[in-house]
Design a protein around this ligand. Structure first.
Ligand code: C5P
Length: 226
């Protein structure tokens, strides 16, 4: 079974993806990590972020092992990593180089320990529109920019990343704008996606109001796939 969860930054995609993956025995694929890995590698190797050729060559050589190594770097999740990811993700050649890796995962989804999973939950921007247009269930999660900035600021504080609300909000708005306006695979809901706006909700309320809406459909899909 394939579930895709798309939406802007800090909308709660990771929260619901992780919940669904755990509840239904599905692998979780955070596709933003691929773009963050390429963006951070560009920064660490002192490439100009405008250099599409360098970015696409790094994307072509990326492996899950390399991505997981880069994920340990303090800037992988910082606004530096987020901005770099957003810039390189606008290059069509970078997206093309990372597409097969994402699509292949659904052919044989596994947990990090190598054990087989019942399917996969994809979390990203274009997973329901481009990566898996035939997914069984598609969600598009959003929330107001102000709520998302508050959540991101809280996450940063927990990680010890020192920043301000104004900087985080400006960074989110800039990324949203770039992600939605790029020519290649822009951020937008798939026509058959279920739209969920969780503005004003904390994570617990979001999960407790959303899961009952999805439960019956997911159970039905799991029974059908068995
Ligand atoms: O989700 P996350 O914030 O980690 O993603 C980092 C950046 O990677 C996003 O701002 C977006 O530009 C890019 N991205 C993308 N397509 C995806 C996932 C992420 O373009 N499927």
């Amino acid at each position: 079974m394939i579930i895709t969860i798309d939406g802007p930054a800090a909308a709660g995609k990771g929260t619901i993806s992780a919940y669904l993956a755990k509840k239904y025995g599905l692998a979780y694929f955070d596709t933003g990590m691929l773009y963050r890995a390429v963006g951070l590698q560009m920064v660490l190797e002192h490439h100009d972020l405008k250099d599409e050729r360098a970015a696409s060559s790094l994307a072509g050589a990326l492996s899950f092992q390399k991505m997981n190594e880069l994920a340990k770097h303090p800037d992988f999740r910082s606004d530096i990593g987020g901005q770099a990811a957003s810039i390189v993700s606008a290059y069509p050649s970078v997206r093309a180089a990372l597409l097969t890796m994402q699509q292949n995962f659904a052919l044989n989804p596994t947990f990090p320990d190598g054990k087989p999973a019942n399917g996969v939950v994809y979390d990203g921007r274009d997973t329901g529109t481009v990566v898996c247009p035939h997914a069984d269930l598609k969600l598009f999660i959003t929330a107001s920019a102000e709520d998302r900035a508050k959540r991101r600021l809280h996450d940063f504080a927990l990680k010890g990343i020192d920043t301000t609300y104004e900087k985080v909000l400006a960074d989110l708005l800039e990324r949203d704008e770039r992600d939605s306006k790029r020519a290649s695979a822009p951020l937008k809901p798939a026509p058959d996606a279920l739209l969920i706006d969780n503005s004003g909700m904390d994570a617990e309320t979001f999960i407790s109001t959303t899961i009952p809406m999805l439960d019956e459909k997911i159970q039905m899909l799991l029974n059908k796939n068995h």
